[in-house]
Design a protein around this ligand. Sequence first.
Ligand code: VGL
Ligand code: ZN
Length: 208
Amino acid sequence: MGAQRLAMRAMTHALLVIDIQADFCPGGALAVPQGDEIVTGVNALMRDFTEVVLTQDWHPEGHSSFATAHPGKAPFETVEMDYGTQVLWPDHCVQGSAGAAFHPALAIDRAKIVIRKGGNPRIDSYSAFFENDRTTPTGLHGYLKERGVTTLTLVGLALDFCVCYSALDAARLGYAVTVRRDLARAIDLDGSLAAAERAMRAAGVALD
Ligand code: VGL
Ligand code: ZN
């Protein structure tokens, strides 16, 4: 008990656990290679934090980020949306579906709050802070500010999409941000992992 208390992070330091859901793990609709390998390590890390936030990708059926919503388009092709280029994905994380559930071994009871994102049928939402228009907030920043959080550690799926977008927004909002790459896995679409790491470094995100 004593040793455990010494290891606890300050209450100003929150852990953001991004999208560790069945559809992003092997066997899921948008499986991230080795996505399930991080669950044990994430569970262990959660025990060191009093402030744990989970996010859940949570799309309505027929969401505009799904290739099936764009006749003639295949998954991983792109389309131009009002807010910029959008990668089209296989149908995934549909609200209430088994694929949208957290990985069954994830210790979700440690979380104070769950942020569900991607609910607007017309806008995708990679970041835990803003939809992909980069302006519509999820409310997470208000929550963290009100609780005095200034420092964030990010883990989860996918490193080159939702983890990266969340880290970039967090840095832009003024948080001190670390991404634990050992507790994240990437989709790595056409060099997206290298691009994500470059962007995060440029934004001052610490990559552990
Ligand atoms: C994600 C693609 C589509 C992610 C979510 O969690 O990284 N990627 N929706
Ligand atoms: Zn999604």
